[in-house]
Design a protein around this ligand. Structure first.
Ligand SMILES: [Ca+2]
Length: 276
């Protein structure tokens, strides 16, 4: 039944495109597949919605699925892989279309191919797919944790996504100690975009830094934040990282003066293009 409806929608969809680049979807995904919404666009008619979604999805590499919601005249551009947030879509309200890509891959429309991007969600140990293992030169450690950190008044009470995150436990160690995650693979010569979630809650939070280092030359800070940011996960929406085969990514947390300095990160993604 889904297949038949999908075919009917594909035919209807082609007819509805008015002056937009054709959106060449391959299948309808099931409504039980949740996905991260990256934007919503209202329209004045259903015809217009298809046009908006087609052109947006053709030009936006982050999008590999769309919802057409005729009842409230909205289209939603969504990432069609592992869920990040639960979206309240119900059958009969929204029609969802998606390119055929495996989990963890997204569809590069310009090159018409599925591309993998890097994710560290810290859900498994060891995590063979994570591009940011601990650096052997660290004098302090990132600890993988589920639930609250041991001390009150600092650290998260749960992962941002899934069960596990990584954090620095600041009950032991000395102020200024640095815990380092360092990329372990070679990159192409281009600018990548790094996104992640961070939690910096406590009276003696020190500093979280993202930097790049080419070979043995001096590292370059690309993003840094210090001090208490409240008891909440924040989204780092994108840091541009010019990379190549010789350049490493470093994520470094520095310990503060007391036990109320726990810094945590979760769901680090590296996209093979500059931040939009
Ligand atoms: Ca996680």
């Amino acid at each position: 039944m889904h297949l038949l409806r999908g075919l009917q929608l594909m035919v209807g969809f082609s007819e509805l495109i008015h002056g937009c680049i054709q959106f060449d979807f391959s299948s309808e995904v099931s409504f039980s597949d949740n996905a991260q919404v990256i934007g919503t666009y209202p329209g004045s008619s259903k015809d217009e919605l298809f046009g908006i979604c087609a052109s947006r999805c053709t030009n936006d590499i982050r999008c590999n699925a769309i919802d057409i919601c005729s009842e409230n005249l909205k289209c939603k551009l969504i990432r069609g892989w592992t869920p990040l947030t639960t979206e309240s879509t119900s059958e009969g309200v929204c029609q969802r279309f998606q390119m055929n890509c495996q989990d963890g891959y997204f569809f590069d429309r310009q090159n018409e191919s599925c591309i993998q991007h890097d994710i560290c969600d810290f859900e498994s140990d060891p995590e063979s797919t994570c591009f940011l293992p601990a650096s052997p030169s660290s004098n302090f450690v990132w600890t993988r944790k589920s639930g609250s950190t041991p001390s009150s008044s600092t650290g998260p009470t749960a992962a941002y996504r899934g069960m596990y995150y990584k954090y620095i436990e600041t009950t032991s160690g000395s102020a200024g100690d640095k815990a380092i995650l360092q990329s372990s693979r070679a990159f192409q010569v281009k600018t990548y975009c790094l996104t992640m979630y961070y939690h910096m809650y406590g009276a003696t939070i020190n500093t979280l830094t993202i930097r790049t280092q080419k070979g043995n030359s001096a590292a370059i800070d690309r993003w840094t934040l210090s001090g208490n940011q409240g008891d909440v996960w924040h989204h780092l929406s994108g840091v541009n990282l010019p990379l190549d085969s010789q350049t490493k990514i470093i994520i470094e947390a520095t310990k503060g003066s007391s036990f109320t300095g726990d810094i945590a990160i979760d769901y680090v993604e590296l996209w093979p293009f500059a931040c939009p």
